[in-house]
Design a protein around this ligand. Structure first.
Ligand code: HEM
Length: 515
Protein backbone atom coordinates (compact mmCIF):
# COMPACT_ATOMS: atom_id res chain seq x y z
CA UNK A 1 0.00 0.00 0.00
CA UNK A 2 1.51 3.35 -0.98
CA UNK A 3 2.36 5.46 1.98
CA UNK A 4 1.96 9.21 2.00
CA UNK A 5 5.09 10.03 3.94
CA UNK A 6 4.41 13.68 4.56
CA UNK A 7 1.05 12.79 6.12
CA UNK A 8 2.62 10.04 8.18
CA UNK A 9 5.33 12.40 9.37
CA UNK A 10 2.83 15.03 10.35
CA UNK A 11 0.91 12.46 12.39
CA UNK A 12 4.04 11.19 14.00
CA UNK A 13 5.23 14.70 14.83
CA UNK A 14 1.93 15.38 16.43
CA UNK A 15 2.45 12.39 18.67
CA UNK A 16 5.99 13.38 19.43
CA UNK A 17 5.18 16.88 20.46
CA UNK A 18 5.12 15.94 24.10
CA UNK A 19 8.04 13.55 24.07
CA UNK A 20 11.55 14.73 24.97
CA UNK A 21 13.60 14.52 21.81
CA UNK A 22 16.99 12.83 21.84
CA UNK A 23 19.80 15.37 21.68
CA UNK A 24 21.17 14.13 18.35
CA UNK A 25 17.83 14.45 16.61
CA UNK A 26 17.33 18.11 17.55
CA UNK A 27 18.94 19.44 14.47
CA UNK A 28 16.81 17.22 12.28
CA UNK A 29 13.45 18.21 13.80
CA UNK A 30 11.73 21.29 12.41
CA UNK A 31 11.84 24.17 14.97
CA UNK A 32 8.26 25.36 14.66
CA UNK A 33 6.41 22.38 16.19
CA UNK A 34 8.85 22.24 19.12
CA UNK A 35 8.38 25.89 19.97
CA UNK A 36 4.62 25.49 19.60
CA UNK A 37 4.83 22.60 22.03
CA UNK A 38 6.79 24.65 24.52
CA UNK A 39 4.45 27.59 24.27
CA UNK A 40 1.43 25.29 24.53
CA UNK A 41 2.85 23.47 27.56
CA UNK A 42 3.72 26.80 29.17
CA UNK A 43 0.23 28.17 28.61
CA UNK A 44 -1.32 25.00 29.97
CA UNK A 45 0.88 25.24 33.06
CA UNK A 46 -0.07 28.91 33.57
CA UNK A 47 -3.75 28.07 33.08
CA UNK A 48 -3.63 25.21 35.57
CA UNK A 49 -1.68 27.31 38.09
CA UNK A 50 -4.15 30.22 37.75
CA UNK A 51 -7.06 27.85 38.17
CA UNK A 52 -5.44 26.34 41.21
CA UNK A 53 -4.73 29.77 42.72
CA UNK A 54 -8.28 30.96 42.10
CA UNK A 55 -9.98 27.78 43.22
CA UNK A 56 -12.12 28.28 46.32
CA UNK A 57 -11.19 24.75 47.37
CA UNK A 58 -7.67 26.02 48.21
CA UNK A 59 -9.16 28.23 50.92
CA UNK A 60 -11.21 25.57 52.62
CA UNK A 61 -10.81 25.62 56.36
CA UNK A 62 -9.35 22.53 57.97
CA UNK A 63 -11.63 19.63 58.78
CA UNK A 64 -11.75 15.93 59.45
CA UNK A 65 -10.91 13.50 56.66
CA UNK A 66 -14.05 11.65 55.59
CA UNK A 67 -14.80 8.32 53.98
CA UNK A 68 -15.16 7.98 50.21
CA UNK A 69 -18.62 9.04 48.92
CA UNK A 70 -20.27 9.61 52.34
CA UNK A 71 -17.53 11.97 53.54
CA UNK A 72 -18.21 12.89 57.17
CA UNK A 73 -21.95 12.19 57.00
CA UNK A 74 -21.68 9.17 59.31
CA UNK A 75 -20.16 11.36 62.03
CA UNK A 76 -23.48 13.21 62.18
CA UNK A 77 -25.11 10.13 63.70
CA UNK A 78 -23.74 11.33 67.03
CA UNK A 79 -24.22 15.12 67.07
CA UNK A 80 -22.29 15.72 70.29
CA UNK A 81 -19.30 13.85 68.97
CA UNK A 82 -19.70 15.54 65.55
CA UNK A 83 -19.60 19.05 66.98
CA UNK A 84 -16.73 18.37 69.38
CA UNK A 85 -14.83 16.86 66.44
CA UNK A 86 -15.48 20.03 64.39
CA UNK A 87 -14.45 22.26 67.30
CA UNK A 88 -11.05 20.60 67.41
CA UNK A 89 -10.38 22.15 63.97
CA UNK A 90 -10.89 25.71 65.21
CA UNK A 91 -13.59 28.36 64.83
CA UNK A 92 -14.36 27.42 61.25
CA UNK A 93 -14.25 23.83 60.04
CA UNK A 94 -14.99 22.14 56.73
CA UNK A 95 -16.87 18.87 56.41
CA UNK A 96 -18.15 16.95 53.43
CA UNK A 97 -21.64 15.61 54.06
CA UNK A 98 -22.16 12.97 51.40
CA UNK A 99 -20.91 15.29 48.68
CA UNK A 100 -22.43 18.46 50.13
CA UNK A 101 -19.57 20.80 51.08
CA UNK A 102 -20.44 22.22 54.50
CA UNK A 103 -18.85 24.86 56.71
CA UNK A 104 -19.32 24.53 60.46
CA UNK A 105 -19.04 27.79 62.43
CA UNK A 106 -17.90 27.04 65.97
CA UNK A 107 -17.67 30.55 67.39
CA UNK A 108 -20.03 33.49 67.63
CA UNK A 109 -17.49 35.89 66.14
CA UNK A 110 -17.13 33.58 63.12
CA UNK A 111 -20.93 33.65 62.64
CA UNK A 112 -20.96 37.45 62.83
CA UNK A 113 -17.90 37.82 60.56
CA UNK A 114 -19.33 35.64 57.82
CA UNK A 115 -23.13 35.82 58.03
CA UNK A 116 -23.50 39.44 59.20
CA UNK A 117 -20.47 41.30 57.91
CA UNK A 118 -20.20 39.38 54.64
CA UNK A 119 -23.91 38.82 54.22
CA UNK A 120 -23.63 39.55 50.50
CA UNK A 121 -21.65 36.32 50.06
CA UNK A 122 -23.44 34.16 52.58
CA UNK A 123 -27.18 34.66 52.19
CA UNK A 124 -27.90 32.05 49.58
CA UNK A 125 -29.44 28.60 49.74
CA UNK A 126 -28.30 25.40 48.05
CA UNK A 127 -30.18 24.65 44.81
CA UNK A 128 -33.09 22.21 45.36
CA UNK A 129 -34.39 21.53 41.89
CA UNK A 130 -37.18 19.05 42.55
CA UNK A 131 -38.59 20.24 45.87
CA UNK A 132 -38.07 23.98 45.53
CA UNK A 133 -38.13 24.75 41.81
CA UNK A 134 -40.62 22.13 40.58
CA UNK A 135 -42.87 21.18 43.50
CA UNK A 136 -43.03 24.63 45.08
CA UNK A 137 -42.61 26.58 41.84
CA UNK A 138 -39.78 28.56 43.50
CA UNK A 139 -42.29 30.03 45.97
CA UNK A 140 -41.00 28.77 49.32
CA UNK A 141 -38.88 31.74 50.31
CA UNK A 142 -37.18 29.71 53.06
CA UNK A 143 -35.42 27.68 50.37
CA UNK A 144 -35.19 30.43 47.72
CA UNK A 145 -31.77 31.88 46.98
CA UNK A 146 -30.93 35.54 47.46
CA UNK A 147 -33.23 36.67 44.62
CA UNK A 148 -35.67 39.55 44.04
CA UNK A 149 -38.57 37.19 44.83
CA UNK A 150 -36.99 36.20 48.15
CA UNK A 151 -36.48 39.90 48.96
CA UNK A 152 -40.11 40.76 48.18
CA UNK A 153 -41.60 37.93 50.21
CA UNK A 154 -39.13 38.22 53.07
CA UNK A 155 -39.62 42.01 53.39
CA UNK A 156 -43.39 41.66 53.48
CA UNK A 157 -43.35 38.95 56.17
CA UNK A 158 -40.63 40.74 58.11
CA UNK A 159 -42.72 43.88 58.19
CA UNK A 160 -45.76 41.95 59.46
CA UNK A 161 -43.68 40.33 62.22
CA UNK A 162 -41.50 43.27 63.30
CA UNK A 163 -41.71 43.99 67.06
CA UNK A 164 -44.31 46.78 66.87
CA UNK A 165 -46.50 44.72 64.51
CA UNK A 166 -45.96 41.52 66.51
CA UNK A 167 -47.70 43.27 69.40
CA UNK A 168 -50.98 42.70 67.50
CA UNK A 169 -50.68 39.02 68.33
CA UNK A 170 -50.14 39.34 72.10
CA UNK A 171 -53.75 38.54 72.96
CA UNK A 172 -53.76 35.48 70.73
CA UNK A 173 -50.53 34.24 72.34
CA UNK A 174 -51.76 34.78 75.91
CA UNK A 175 -55.02 33.07 75.02
CA UNK A 176 -53.25 30.03 73.61
CA UNK A 177 -50.88 29.94 76.59
CA UNK A 178 -53.84 29.79 78.97
CA UNK A 179 -55.33 26.97 76.90
CA UNK A 180 -52.01 25.17 76.98
CA UNK A 181 -51.85 25.36 80.77
CA UNK A 182 -55.43 24.08 81.04
CA UNK A 183 -54.65 21.22 78.66
CA UNK A 184 -51.60 20.24 80.75
CA UNK A 185 -53.70 20.28 83.91
CA UNK A 186 -56.66 18.39 82.49
CA UNK A 187 -54.97 15.70 80.43
CA UNK A 188 -54.08 12.69 82.60
CA UNK A 189 -51.59 11.65 79.92
CA UNK A 190 -49.61 14.87 80.33
CA UNK A 191 -47.82 13.28 83.27
CA UNK A 192 -46.73 10.09 81.51
CA UNK A 193 -43.25 10.12 80.03
CA UNK A 194 -43.17 12.70 77.25
CA UNK A 195 -46.92 13.36 77.62
CA UNK A 196 -46.40 17.13 77.66
CA UNK A 197 -44.76 17.25 74.22
CA UNK A 198 -47.99 16.85 72.26
CA UNK A 199 -49.44 19.87 74.10
CA UNK A 200 -46.36 21.98 73.41
CA UNK A 201 -46.53 21.06 69.74
CA UNK A 202 -50.24 21.95 69.59
CA UNK A 203 -49.58 25.26 71.30
CA UNK A 204 -46.87 26.24 68.84
CA UNK A 205 -48.93 25.15 65.83
CA UNK A 206 -52.08 26.90 67.01
CA UNK A 207 -50.23 30.17 67.63
CA UNK A 208 -48.79 30.04 64.12
CA UNK A 209 -52.13 29.22 62.45
CA UNK A 210 -53.88 31.96 64.39
CA UNK A 211 -51.34 34.65 63.56
CA UNK A 212 -51.16 33.60 59.92
CA UNK A 213 -54.84 33.17 59.01
CA UNK A 214 -56.74 34.08 62.17
CA UNK A 215 -57.98 30.52 62.19
CA UNK A 216 -60.23 29.64 65.08
CA UNK A 217 -58.88 28.16 68.26
CA UNK A 218 -57.08 24.90 67.82
CA UNK A 219 -57.03 22.88 70.98
CA UNK A 220 -55.31 19.54 71.10
CA UNK A 221 -55.79 17.05 68.27
CA UNK A 222 -55.79 17.74 64.57
CA UNK A 223 -58.18 19.18 62.07
CA UNK A 224 -58.22 19.03 58.29
CA UNK A 225 -56.09 22.11 57.75
CA UNK A 226 -53.34 20.97 60.07
CA UNK A 227 -53.27 17.58 58.38
CA UNK A 228 -53.01 19.10 54.90
CA UNK A 229 -50.34 21.57 55.91
CA UNK A 230 -48.38 18.77 57.52
CA UNK A 231 -48.59 16.75 54.32
CA UNK A 232 -47.34 19.69 52.29
CA UNK A 233 -44.40 20.25 54.65
CA UNK A 234 -43.55 16.55 54.65
CA UNK A 235 -43.71 16.19 50.86
CA UNK A 236 -41.43 19.18 50.41
CA UNK A 237 -38.97 17.94 53.00
CA UNK A 238 -38.88 14.40 51.62
CA UNK A 239 -38.36 15.71 48.11
CA UNK A 240 -35.45 17.83 49.37
CA UNK A 241 -33.63 14.89 50.99
CA UNK A 242 -30.36 14.20 49.14
CA UNK A 243 -30.60 11.55 46.45
CA UNK A 244 -34.42 11.42 46.33
CA UNK A 245 -34.73 12.81 42.82
CA UNK A 246 -32.28 12.23 40.00
CA UNK A 247 -32.82 15.70 38.58
CA UNK A 248 -31.03 17.13 41.60
CA UNK A 249 -27.97 15.07 40.67
CA UNK A 250 -28.33 15.56 36.89
CA UNK A 251 -29.83 19.02 36.29
CA UNK A 252 -29.68 18.47 32.52
CA UNK A 253 -32.77 16.26 33.00
CA UNK A 254 -34.75 19.50 33.23
CA UNK A 255 -34.68 19.73 29.43
CA UNK A 256 -36.68 16.50 29.10
CA UNK A 257 -40.02 17.20 27.43
CA UNK A 258 -42.92 17.05 29.88
CA UNK A 259 -44.64 14.22 28.02
CA UNK A 260 -41.65 11.92 28.67
CA UNK A 261 -41.18 13.01 32.28
CA UNK A 262 -43.93 11.83 34.61
CA UNK A 263 -42.06 13.38 37.53
CA UNK A 264 -42.49 16.79 35.93
CA UNK A 265 -46.22 16.26 35.45
CA UNK A 266 -46.62 15.03 39.03
CA UNK A 267 -44.71 18.03 40.38
CA UNK A 268 -46.85 20.43 38.34
CA UNK A 269 -50.06 18.82 39.66
CA UNK A 270 -48.77 19.01 43.23
CA UNK A 271 -47.88 22.67 42.78
CA UNK A 272 -51.30 23.48 41.34
CA UNK A 273 -53.21 21.68 44.12
CA UNK A 274 -51.08 23.21 46.86
CA UNK A 275 -51.43 26.68 45.36
CA UNK A 276 -55.21 26.24 45.27
CA UNK A 277 -55.29 25.12 48.89
CA UNK A 278 -53.11 28.02 50.08
CA UNK A 279 -55.02 30.47 47.88
CA UNK A 280 -58.25 29.24 49.49
CA UNK A 281 -56.96 30.02 52.98
CA UNK A 282 -56.05 33.57 51.94
CA UNK A 283 -59.42 33.82 50.13
CA UNK A 284 -61.26 33.21 53.42
CA UNK A 285 -59.24 35.98 55.08
CA UNK A 286 -60.10 38.31 52.17
CA UNK A 287 -63.78 37.50 52.57
CA UNK A 288 -63.66 38.39 56.26
CA UNK A 289 -61.85 41.63 55.40
CA UNK A 290 -64.66 42.75 53.13
CA UNK A 291 -67.50 41.83 55.50
CA UNK A 292 -69.23 44.58 57.45
CA UNK A 293 -67.95 44.64 61.07
CA UNK A 294 -71.08 43.04 62.52
CA UNK A 295 -71.07 40.15 60.07
CA UNK A 296 -67.36 39.71 60.70
CA UNK A 297 -67.98 39.34 64.39
CA UNK A 298 -70.76 36.84 63.81
CA UNK A 299 -68.68 34.79 61.40
CA UNK A 300 -65.69 34.53 63.69
CA UNK A 301 -67.60 34.31 66.97
CA UNK A 302 -66.58 37.80 67.91
CA UNK A 303 -62.96 36.91 67.31
CA UNK A 304 -61.89 38.53 64.01
CA UNK A 305 -58.27 39.47 64.73
CA UNK A 306 -55.33 40.77 62.72
CA UNK A 307 -53.25 38.19 60.92
CA UNK A 308 -50.32 37.87 58.54
CA UNK A 309 -52.46 37.04 55.49
CA UNK A 310 -54.46 40.23 56.03
CA UNK A 311 -51.30 42.34 56.16
CA UNK A 312 -49.93 40.67 53.02
CA UNK A 313 -53.17 41.34 51.12
CA UNK A 314 -53.29 44.96 52.29
CA UNK A 315 -49.63 45.62 51.53
CA UNK A 316 -49.32 43.54 48.33
CA UNK A 317 -48.88 46.56 46.05
CA UNK A 318 -46.28 48.17 48.26
CA UNK A 319 -44.17 45.01 48.25
CA UNK A 320 -44.98 44.06 44.66
CA UNK A 321 -46.40 40.67 45.69
CA UNK A 322 -48.37 38.60 43.20
CA UNK A 323 -51.44 36.59 44.29
CA UNK A 324 -49.35 33.42 44.28
CA UNK A 325 -46.62 35.08 46.33
CA UNK A 326 -49.15 36.19 48.96
CA UNK A 327 -50.53 32.65 49.25
CA UNK A 328 -47.12 31.02 49.43
CA UNK A 329 -45.56 33.59 51.79
CA UNK A 330 -48.34 32.90 54.30
CA UNK A 331 -48.22 29.17 53.56
CA UNK A 332 -44.48 28.99 54.20
CA UNK A 333 -45.04 30.41 57.66
CA UNK A 334 -47.50 27.63 58.44
CA UNK A 335 -45.23 24.88 57.09
CA UNK A 336 -42.46 26.49 59.05
CA UNK A 337 -44.84 26.67 61.96
CA UNK A 338 -45.80 23.05 62.28
CA UNK A 339 -44.07 20.52 64.48
CA UNK A 340 -42.37 18.05 62.20
CA UNK A 341 -38.82 16.87 61.98
CA UNK A 342 -38.43 18.16 58.47
CA UNK A 343 -36.23 20.64 56.73
CA UNK A 344 -39.02 23.20 56.86
CA UNK A 345 -39.32 22.95 60.59
CA UNK A 346 -35.90 24.64 60.92
CA UNK A 347 -37.87 27.81 60.99
CA UNK A 348 -40.92 26.67 62.74
CA UNK A 349 -42.75 25.67 65.76
CA UNK A 350 -40.94 22.42 66.31
CA UNK A 351 -38.22 24.71 67.61
CA UNK A 352 -40.72 26.41 69.90
CA UNK A 353 -42.21 23.15 71.14
CA UNK A 354 -38.76 21.74 71.84
CA UNK A 355 -37.72 24.91 73.64
CA UNK A 356 -40.71 24.39 75.96
CA UNK A 357 -39.60 20.79 76.57
CA UNK A 358 -36.09 21.95 77.55
CA UNK A 359 -37.67 24.64 79.72
CA UNK A 360 -39.75 22.04 81.59
CA UNK A 361 -36.70 19.86 82.16
CA UNK A 362 -34.63 22.84 83.32
CA UNK A 363 -37.33 23.87 85.81
CA UNK A 364 -37.64 20.33 87.19
CA UNK A 365 -33.88 20.01 87.47
CA UNK A 366 -33.37 23.46 89.09
CA UNK A 367 -36.10 23.96 91.68
CA UNK A 368 -34.35 27.04 93.11
CA UNK A 369 -34.55 28.77 89.73
CA UNK A 370 -38.19 27.74 89.36
CA UNK A 371 -39.01 29.22 92.77
CA UNK A 372 -37.20 32.48 92.02
CA UNK A 373 -39.17 32.87 88.78
CA UNK A 374 -42.44 32.14 90.61
CA UNK A 375 -41.60 34.67 93.32
CA UNK A 376 -41.08 37.29 90.61
CA UNK A 377 -44.45 36.37 89.04
CA UNK A 378 -46.22 36.59 92.40
CA UNK A 379 -44.69 40.01 93.07
CA UNK A 380 -45.49 41.54 89.69
CA UNK A 381 -48.51 39.67 88.28
CA UNK A 382 -50.09 38.49 91.52
CA UNK A 383 -52.59 35.66 91.71
CA UNK A 384 -55.69 37.33 90.35
CA UNK A 385 -54.88 37.27 86.67
CA UNK A 386 -52.60 35.27 84.38
CA UNK A 387 -49.37 36.77 82.95
CA UNK A 388 -49.44 38.73 79.68
CA UNK A 389 -46.78 39.44 77.08
CA UNK A 390 -46.82 43.08 78.19
CA UNK A 391 -45.54 42.07 81.65
CA UNK A 392 -42.17 41.05 80.24
CA UNK A 393 -40.29 44.26 81.08
CA UNK A 394 -41.28 43.88 84.73
CA UNK A 395 -40.26 40.21 84.79
CA UNK A 396 -36.54 40.24 83.92
CA UNK A 397 -35.77 36.89 85.54
CA UNK A 398 -38.62 35.03 83.80
CA UNK A 399 -37.78 36.79 80.54
CA UNK A 400 -34.21 35.44 80.44
CA UNK A 401 -35.20 31.80 80.96
CA UNK A 402 -35.49 31.17 77.22
CA UNK A 403 -32.29 33.11 76.53
CA UNK A 404 -30.53 30.74 78.91
CA UNK A 405 -32.15 27.69 77.33
CA UNK A 406 -30.64 28.68 73.97
CA UNK A 407 -27.53 29.66 75.90
CA UNK A 408 -24.04 29.39 74.61
CA UNK A 409 -22.92 27.65 77.79
CA UNK A 410 -24.70 24.33 77.93
CA UNK A 411 -22.72 23.13 80.94
CA UNK A 412 -24.40 25.36 83.52
CA UNK A 413 -28.04 26.53 83.63
CA UNK A 414 -27.71 29.98 85.12
CA UNK A 415 -30.24 32.62 83.94
CA UNK A 416 -28.75 35.16 86.36
CA UNK A 417 -25.77 35.61 84.09
CA UNK A 418 -28.03 37.79 81.87
CA UNK A 419 -28.88 40.16 84.74
CA UNK A 420 -26.84 42.84 86.50
CA UNK A 421 -26.37 43.17 90.26
CA UNK A 422 -29.73 45.00 90.50
CA UNK A 423 -31.49 42.09 88.81
CA UNK A 424 -32.08 44.09 85.61
CA UNK A 425 -31.29 42.91 82.07
CA UNK A 426 -27.67 43.33 81.04
CA UNK A 427 -27.07 44.55 77.49
CA UNK A 428 -26.98 41.53 75.19
CA UNK A 429 -23.54 40.50 73.92
CA UNK A 430 -22.42 42.17 70.68
CA UNK A 431 -23.62 40.64 67.41
CA UNK A 432 -26.64 38.90 68.95
CA UNK A 433 -29.22 41.48 67.72
CA UNK A 434 -30.30 42.05 71.34
CA UNK A 435 -31.32 38.40 71.63
CA UNK A 436 -28.47 37.27 73.90
CA UNK A 437 -27.96 34.19 71.71
CA UNK A 438 -27.65 33.27 68.06
CA UNK A 439 -30.17 30.44 67.86
CA UNK A 440 -32.25 32.50 65.44
CA UNK A 441 -29.42 32.53 62.94
CA UNK A 442 -27.73 35.68 61.64
CA UNK A 443 -27.34 37.94 58.63
CA UNK A 444 -30.01 38.43 56.01
CA UNK A 445 -31.62 35.03 56.64
CA UNK A 446 -32.05 35.56 60.38
CA UNK A 447 -35.33 34.05 61.61
CA UNK A 448 -38.15 36.26 60.42
CA UNK A 449 -40.47 34.94 63.14
CA UNK A 450 -38.19 35.56 66.09
CA UNK A 451 -40.22 38.36 67.70
CA UNK A 452 -43.37 36.28 67.50
CA UNK A 453 -41.47 33.26 68.84
CA UNK A 454 -40.01 35.31 71.73
CA UNK A 455 -43.46 36.58 72.72
CA UNK A 456 -45.12 33.17 72.42
CA UNK A 457 -42.37 31.44 74.41
CA UNK A 458 -42.29 34.09 77.11
CA UNK A 459 -46.03 34.04 77.77
CA UNK A 460 -46.16 30.21 77.69
CA UNK A 461 -43.30 29.89 80.19
CA UNK A 462 -44.69 32.63 82.44
CA UNK A 463 -48.20 31.11 82.39
CA UNK A 464 -46.94 27.59 83.17
CA UNK A 465 -44.78 28.83 86.07
CA UNK A 466 -47.57 31.06 87.35
CA UNK A 467 -50.09 28.18 87.33
CA UNK A 468 -48.00 25.16 88.32
CA UNK A 469 -45.22 23.76 90.40
CA UNK A 470 -43.28 21.66 87.95
CA UNK A 471 -42.06 18.39 89.38
CA UNK A 472 -40.98 15.06 87.99
CA UNK A 473 -42.87 11.83 88.31
CA UNK A 474 -39.68 9.76 88.25
CA UNK A 475 -36.13 9.82 86.92
CA UNK A 476 -35.07 12.41 84.35
CA UNK A 477 -31.86 12.83 82.41
CA UNK A 478 -30.44 16.36 82.37
CA UNK A 479 -27.64 15.50 79.91
CA UNK A 480 -29.27 13.09 77.48
CA UNK A 481 -31.05 14.14 74.29
CA UNK A 482 -33.02 12.74 71.39
CA UNK A 483 -31.70 13.57 67.96
CA UNK A 484 -34.57 14.86 65.77
CA UNK A 485 -32.58 15.65 62.67
CA UNK A 486 -32.21 19.40 62.65
CA UNK A 487 -32.97 19.81 66.36
CA UNK A 488 -32.45 17.84 69.58
CA UNK A 489 -35.05 17.41 72.31
CA UNK A 490 -34.67 16.17 75.90
CA UNK A 491 -35.08 12.48 76.62
CA UNK A 492 -38.78 11.97 77.50
CA UNK A 493 -39.51 12.29 81.20
CA UNK A 494 -42.67 12.30 83.30
CA UNK A 495 -43.46 15.86 84.34
CA UNK A 496 -46.02 16.73 87.00
CA UNK A 497 -47.96 19.99 86.64
CA UNK A 498 -49.39 20.68 90.12
CA UNK A 499 -51.57 23.82 90.40
CA UNK A 500 -49.79 26.30 92.70
CA UNK A 501 -52.96 27.73 94.22
CA UNK A 502 -56.62 26.66 94.11
CA UNK A 503 -57.87 29.51 91.88
CA UNK A 504 -55.19 29.16 89.19
CA UNK A 505 -57.21 26.99 86.79
CA UNK A 506 -60.45 28.93 87.39
CA UNK A 507 -58.70 32.17 86.49
CA UNK A 508 -57.23 30.62 83.33
CA UNK A 509 -60.67 29.31 82.34
CA UNK A 510 -62.20 32.74 82.85
CA UNK A 511 -59.49 34.42 80.80
CA UNK A 512 -60.01 32.02 77.90
CA UNK A 513 -63.75 32.59 77.98
CA UNK A 514 -63.62 36.36 78.19
CA UNK A 515 -60.91 37.05 75.60
C1 HEM B 1 -37.86 28.99 68.96
C2 HEM B 1 -38.30 29.34 67.81
C3 HEM B 1 -37.51 29.52 66.54
C4 HEM B 1 -36.18 29.32 66.28
C5 HEM B 1 -35.09 28.84 67.24
C6 HEM B 1 -35.96 29.65 64.89
C7 HEM B 1 -34.74 29.60 64.26
C8 HEM B 1 -34.53 29.89 62.93
C9 HEM B 1 -33.28 29.72 62.23
C10 HEM B 1 -31.99 29.22 62.85
C11 HEM B 1 -33.48 30.11 60.95
C12 HEM B 1 -32.48 30.02 59.80
C13 HEM B 1 -31.65 31.25 59.66
C14 HEM B 1 -30.67 31.07 58.51
O1 HEM B 1 -30.98 30.43 57.51
O2 HEM B 1 -29.57 31.58 58.63
C15 HEM B 1 -34.85 30.52 60.82
C16 HEM B 1 -35.41 30.99 59.65
C17 HEM B 1 -36.74 31.26 59.52
N1 HEM B 1 -37.68 31.28 60.52
FE1 HEM B 1 -37.41 30.80 62.48
N2 HEM B 1 -37.14 30.05 64.34
C18 HEM B 1 -38.12 29.97 65.31
C19 HEM B 1 -39.45 30.29 65.19
C20 HEM B 1 -40.03 30.75 64.04
C21 HEM B 1 -41.43 31.09 63.91
C22 HEM B 1 -42.45 31.03 65.04
C23 HEM B 1 -41.62 31.46 62.62
C24 HEM B 1 -42.87 31.95 61.94
C25 HEM B 1 -43.85 32.53 62.54
C26 HEM B 1 -40.34 31.36 61.92
C27 HEM B 1 -40.13 31.65 60.59
C28 HEM B 1 -38.91 31.55 59.95
C29 HEM B 1 -38.73 31.75 58.51
C30 HEM B 1 -39.83 32.07 57.51
C31 HEM B 1 -37.36 31.58 58.24
C32 HEM B 1 -36.67 31.67 56.88
C33 HEM B 1 -36.13 33.07 56.66
C34 HEM B 1 -35.44 33.22 55.31
O3 HEM B 1 -34.93 32.25 54.76
O4 HEM B 1 -35.39 34.37 54.83
N3 HEM B 1 -39.41 30.93 62.84
N4 HEM B 1 -35.47 30.39 62.04
Amino acid sequence: MPVNTSEAMAGLRAHLLFLPLPVESRGATPLLPASVAIVFTGLLAVFLLARHLQSPWRYLPPGPIGYPIVGNALNLLDKKQFFSMCESYGDIAYVNLAGQPTIVLNAQHAVADLLDRRAGNFSGRPRLIFSHELLAGGMTFTTEGHTPRWRRMRRAVNEAFRPSAAAKYHTIEADKAAQLALALANDPHATVSGGYSHHYASYAASVVLAITYDLPVLNTGKDGIIDTVEHIARDLARAAAPGTHLVDLFPWMLIMPVRFAKWKRDAATWYRCTSEFLGGLVGEVKERMTMPPDAKDQEASGEARPCLAQTLVEEADRFGLSEAEISWAAGVITFAGLPDDTLNSIAGSETQAITLEWFTLAMIGHLDIQQRAQAELDAIVGRERAPRVGDRDQLPFVSVLDTEIYGEDATEFNPSRHLDEKGQLKPAPADTKDEGHISYGAGRRICVGRHVANDALFVAMATILWAFNLRSEGAFDMDGYVDRGVTVSPKPFAGKFEPRFPEALTILNEEVETR
